[in-house]
Write a protein that binds this ligand. Structure first.
Ligand SMILES: Cc1ncc(COP(=O)(O)O)c(C=O)c1O
Length: 426
């Protein structure tokens, strides 16, 4: 297929006319479709209803060690849940603290702690007037929001197919005012990239200007594979960190938000002995104990990583056709024209679509006027600003396959129209 930029003026006019007609036909349907919601569908939530329906008789009240889960105690969580998260994250159970329902909450609290009390014996980050964090872009808006909330200046580091641009990152971390970064090393939000072993190694090996530089490894999608054994594999960051003596650099978090119930599951943090001790010291002041009954209920169904993987393959039966529908439509409608690129993730919750530079907002507007809601363009960058106005995050998990097919066709028609406009303007 010929690239759009190689079309003659007459060919381009015909191409644009066809895209306009198609777009108009969709517009006449008066649709209302949403590709912005990165959350499980109702069918996926149904998978965990047995958890919802558990009774006291089934679960009992006691944890493995005899603790009555209805009462205070076990700040770090049930042994069985710590073991499970240890397996999910790849850490020893003693280095895991099981918390409430949200891993984002854990990350927020950790940054907050760094700001007010410092980490690793360092000066409180708030005392650093020019404090910075690295922002892997495109990335997860809530990570950026946490950093922005605490007054960090965000410095963009572009993502590549193997993780962040490590050459640039290694340079930037030499600045002692760069205090940390968030990352989603498996099935990143939004491009679905899994960091290569070499990227993980370099993150552990690199020299940082700040001794209290911290990487929050957000393992939100660590078991969220779409293709079982054929899916991506992530190296264990703590194994590399031990090799380089940088265990204190990493804080890993995960949750069951997209395994069981979003916002009503269980989350956990894993870190080095020293970091766990520091977090525990703060947590002791913050809370007497998290929701152990929910942990007990989760432990009733999920003993090992194998049980979790079985659940995730049930999720994948719903998610796979949705991802494949988007990818098929984009392929049929856009490939070869050289007007868009998109990720083909083997897991996670998103597909990242890059359109012609300067066109993403226009694509969003065209979609909106045709009844398709997209994640606001810019949301995948700090301060809501995509400097190239190029990236669009597609979230196919929630709508039905039929809705996704239609939405993807409208998105593709909009991308074609926007590309025509960009070509004509240049
Ligand atoms: C990368 C990432 N991290 C964290 C979260 C939120 O996780 P939790 O529900 O555990 O707070 C999400 C939710 O979409 C996410 O995409």
């Amino acid at each position: 297929m010929k690239r759009l930029q190689d079309y003659s003026a007459a060919e381009l006019a015909r191409f644009e006319e066809a895209a306009k007609e198609e777009y108009k036909a969709y517009q006449d349907k008066g649709l209302s479709l949403n590709m912005a919601r990165g959350k499980p569908s109702p069918e996926q939530l149904d998978l965990s209803d047995p958890l919802y329906d558990l009774t006291r008789e089934q679960v009992g009240v006691k944890a493995e060690d005899g603790t009555d889960c209805r009462n205070y105690g076990l700040l770090c969580g049930l042994n069985e849940t710590r073991r499970l998260f240890g397996e999910i994250i790849g850490a020893a159970p003693e280095n895991v603290i099981v918390c409430g329902c949200s891993s984002l909450n854990i990350m927020f609290d950790y940054v907050s702690q760094g700001c007010t009390h410092g980490v690793g014996g360092g000066t409180p980050w708030l005392f650093e007037k020019d404090r910075k964090m690295l922002a892997l872009v495109p990335g997860y808006d809530r990570h950026f929001s946490v950093a922005e909330y605490f007054g960090f200046q965000l410095v963009n580091v572009p993502m590549t197919p193997t993780g962040p641009d490590m050459d640039l990152l290694e340079e930037l971390v030499k600045d002692p005012s760069v205090k940390g970064m968030f990352c989603v090393p498996k099935y990143s939000n939004p491009d679905g990239v899994t960091f290569s072993d070499e990227t993980v190694r370099r993150l552990a090996a690199m020299k940082t200007g700040a001794d209290d530089f911290r990487v929050s490894c957000d393992l939100a999608y660590v078991v969220h594979d779409l293709y079982g054994e054929a899916s991506d594999r992530l190296a264990n960051v703590f194994d590399f960190a031990r090799q380089y003596g940088t265990e204190d650099r990493f804080i890993a978090v995960a949750s069951t938000s997209k395994i069981t119930f979003a916002g009503a599951g269980v989350s956990a943090v894993a870190a080095s002995d020293r970091n766990i001790a520091e977090i525990k010291k703060r947590m002791t002041v913050q809370i007497i104990g998290h929701d152990k009954i929910n942990q007990l209920k989760h432990a009733y169904f999920y003993h090992t990583l194998k049980d979790i993987r079985a659940q995730m393959s049930r999720h994948a039966t719903f998610l796979r056709p949705k991802f494949e529908t988007v990818l098929r439509v984009l392929d049929e409608e856009l490939s070869g024209l050289d007007i868009a690129r998109w990720s083909k993730p083997k897991g996670g919750y998103f597909i990242s679509l890059d359109v012609t530079t300067g066109s993403a907002k226009y694509v969003e507007e065209l979609c909106r006027n045709c009844g398709v809601t997209l994640t606001p363009v810019g949301a995948t960058f700090p301060y809501g600003k995509d400097p190239d106005d190029r990236n669009i995050r597609l979230a196919p998990s929630f709508p039905s396959v039929e809705e996704i097919e239609l939405a993807a066709k409208i998105i593709a028609a909009s991308v074609r129209l926007a590309a025509c406009r960009a070509l004509k303007n240049n």
